[in-house]
Every structure is written in C-alpha cells, then in structure tokens.
Design a protein. Structure first.
Length: 387
C-alpha cells in the first residue's frame, strides 16, 4: 500500500497550485460578479497541458489518468478557483470520446479539449426525468442518414462557453421503458437548439441553462461511436470520472476554506493577547472539518487509482463514496469557515461565504447524496431497490 504521489504527479500538483494561486479566489469572484468567464485561467491551464492530462498523447494530451485530472481539479479549487467545467469537458466528454468515440471523432474533438481551445459540455438532466434517467424523454429520430433530436434539458452547465454539447437521448423505437441511451455531439449553434440561462444562487463564472432541442438535425457521425450499442457503455464511462473529479473539486474547496479560516483564527485577537483560535469552541469545529476533508481525499485518490487501474466496478463504489463524503465535508468546511470568521465571514473580502452556494450545490449535483445512499444501500449492502 502506498499513499505517495509519483514525482511527476507531485510536480503537476505543485505547478497547478502555483497557477491557481496566481489567479486566486478574488479573480474567480470578480469574474462571477461581472458575468464574465475565467477565460484567461482556462487558456493558460490548457497551454500548460493541465486540461488534457488525462487525454492520450497521440491527441495532444498528457497521457495520464483521472488521478492526474483530479489533482488539477483539487489544486485549482484549493486556490479558490473551483472550475465545474473541468468536470464536464475533460473528465466526462474527453473520457467518453476517448473510450467510445470513433477514430474520426477522437481526431476531431480530443486535440481541442486537450489544449483548452474547445469545450464540450454534458446534457443528461431533464425537467421531468430528474434523477431517474430511465425516464429521459429526449428522442432521436432517423431521417435518411441524418438524426433529428428533440427534447428538453435543464441545469446544463457552460453551454455559453462551449462549442459542443454531449446530449444523452433515446431512440424513437426505444421511446419508453428501460433506457437504451444514445449520445450525440451537438454543436451549440445548431439550428433548433436554443437555451435560456437559469438564475442560480451560486456565485460562479459558470452558468446553468435550460436547453430546448427542436428537431435539431445532425449528421450520422454526430452519434458517439456511430453505433446504437455504444450509448450505454459510453454513458457509464463518463460517470466515474465525473464523480471523482467533482469530489476533488469539493476537497480543494474545503481545503481552501479551512486554510482561510485557520489564518484568520490564528491572528484574530479579541480577548487580550489570545487568538480566537486558542479557544476550542473555534478550533475544534475547524479541526473536525479538516479531518472530514482529509478522509474524503483518501477516498478520492483510492477511487482514482482503481479507475486508472481499469477496475471500473470498484472505482464506481469508491467514486460514489468519495463524492458523497466530499459533498458533506466541503459544505461543512465552508460553513465552519464562515462561522469562525464572525461578521467578516459574510463579507466578500474574506472570500469564504462566496463559496456557500457552490458547496451546497455539491450535495445535489451531479448526483445527489440521496441517490448515492441508494446506490450504496443496493450495491454494497445488498438491499432491495426502493424505486
Ligand atoms: C450547479 C448545478 C450544475 C449542474 N450541471 C449539470 C450539467 O452540466 N449537466 C446535467 O445534465 N445536469 C446538471 N445538473 C443537474 C443535476 O445533475 C441534477 O440537479 C441532479 O442530478 C438532481 O436531479 P433533479 O434536480 O432533477 O432532482 P430530483 O430528481 O427532482 O430530486 C429532488 C430531490 O429528491 C431526491 N430523490 C429523488 N429520487 C429519490 C429516490 N429514489 N430516493 C431518495 N431520494 C430521491 C433527490 O436526491 C433530491 O434531493 C446540475 C445541477 C446543478 C445544481
């Protein structure tokens, strides 16, 4: 058993940490407040090879795994820049296309994902189906060699920043019952695809959208893998990377909040010469949150190692547990950080309450804590499915 990163992974971690710190949380907040995107950070991370660490070298990537991408997600978040689009574009879309795309699709999309010049976002959630993706209602109909795609998606992140969206649908002849998904790479400017921005209570430069697909015409080669049988394994191949990297982002956010809070409580003095951190009513909740974040990190890197070793089923259990643990730990860490700051905790200047919305959403998306508990109850504890 070895808990150490390799020298290359340490180098990557340190370099990403340095990049993140050059931008920092105030940059992230300023972009969010002005309605702009973190374009400079994204492009610089792309140029330095951090966005493509998990993409094969023949397509311009770093040839690493999800462990490396998790390090990138965690370190940027630990610097106060939790970028959700790392989870959708390099983690989900690049994995799906690498593992299940055709040669032509890999050549077309992966180099741009690797250098950050392209983003592909991910659309599965629908208003009626919600957590139950067997009820997905977005339907793909054949029209000659083309496909026509119709349906509605909600909460889709980053559509305004992306050239394409990976849409999960079902074919017309499988329009009800157990889902046999089909995945399409759809240009975000395709005729028939419209979007409206959702007002979210999350301070973030990344936005969520409702998507309307109204007979969006797509050529045959927009179908991932160009086979109706590719959809299910393609969809599942994106789930472990999604859970692991979103967990890494949460762990980084938790670390960031605890670091901010520890600095503050060590220096703030309101009772003579003693710091407020010397009072256990202040330091114990922080220490407790630090324990929770560190435990979650262990599970993240266990899940990433299992995934990179090709042990997908075990990675699924560990990845879900890591996502659950980190969702809770990050929310606890940020809430505790706000509390120990007192009034300063609610200001923008101290940069902790700015993360409340994001960590709260981390207990819901991309998979809710309840659906993970369902998964664990069923697959680990052998309980009957309740739904
Ligand atoms: C910030 C943010 C970004 C997002 N980005 C994307 C994106 O890029 N692409 C995308 O496709 N989606 C995205 N989503 C959607 C997200 O994945 C869903 O919100 C999430 O999966 C929950 O689905 P729902 O909102 O429909 O909740 P519902 O399914 O309506 O569930 C509501 C509540 O009921 C609980 N519940 C439902 N069924 C059960 C059950 N059987 N047992 C126990 N509890 C249950 C849920 O856990 C939840 O707490 C995003 C959401 C957010 C908040």
């Amino acid at each position: 058993m070895n808990f150490d990163l390799t020298p290359e992974q340490e180098q990557l971690r340190d370099a990403v940490r340095a990049l993140g710190r050059r931008y920092g949380h105030s940059y992230f907040v300023a972009k969010a407040k002005s309605g702009e995107h973190t374009t400079e950070l994204w492009h610089e991370a792309g140029r330095l090879g951090y966005l493509g660490v998990n993409i094969p070298t023949e397509y311009g990537g770093g040839g690493g795994g999800i462990t490396e991408l998790a390090l990138v997600c965690e370190e940027l978040a630990a610097a106060g820049c939790p970028l959700l689009l790392l989870v959708v574009s390099p983690a989900i879309a690049a994995t799906v296309i690498t593992r299940h795309g055709t040669d032509e699709q890999r050549k077309r999309y992966l180099p741009g994902l690797a250098d950050g010049s392209q983003k592909i976002v991910f659309a599965i959630t629908e208003p009626e189906a919600g957590s139950n993706f067997h009820r997905l209602g977005t339907v793909a109909r054949r029209d000659g060699d083309d496909w026509l795609l119709s349906g509605r998606k909600c909460y889709i992140s980053g559509v305004d920043e992306a050239g394409h969206v990976l849409v999960v649908a079902r074919t017309e002849d499988a329009a009800s019952g157990k889902l046999k998904p089909v995945l399409f790479v759809v240009p975000t400017d395709a005729p028939g695809l419209t979007r409206s921005k959702l007002d979210m209570e999350i301070l973030s430069p990344e936005n969520q959208f409702l998507l309307y697909l109204d007979d969006v015409r797509l050529p045959a080669d927009a179908l991932v893998g160009q086979s109706l049988d590719a959809g299910l394994p393609a969809l599942f191949s994106g789930l472990n990377p999604e859970r692991i990297t979103v967990a890494a982002m949460g762990a980084g956010t938790g670390r960031y909040a605890i670091e901010r809070a520890s600095e503050y409580t060590a220096s703030r003095k309101v009772w003579g010469g003693r710091s407020i951190g010397s009072h256990q009513g202040v330091s114990h909740p922080l220490a407790h949150a630090a324990v929770q974040v560190e435990l979650a990190r262990l599970m993240i890197y266990k899940a990433a190692s299992l995934y990179d070793a090709g042990r997908d089923l075990e990675a699924g259990v560990a990845g879900n547990m890591a996502k659950y643990a980190t969702g809770e730990a990050a929310a606890l860490a940020v809430d505790t950080a706000v509390q120990v700051h007192g009034g300063a905790g609610m200001t923008t200047e101290y940069g902790v309450a700015t993360l409340l919305g994001a960590v709260r959403a981390g207990r819901i998306a991309p998979v809710s804590r309840e659906m993970i508990l369902n998964f664990v109850a069923q697959h680990v504890l052998g309980q009957d499915k309740s739904y």
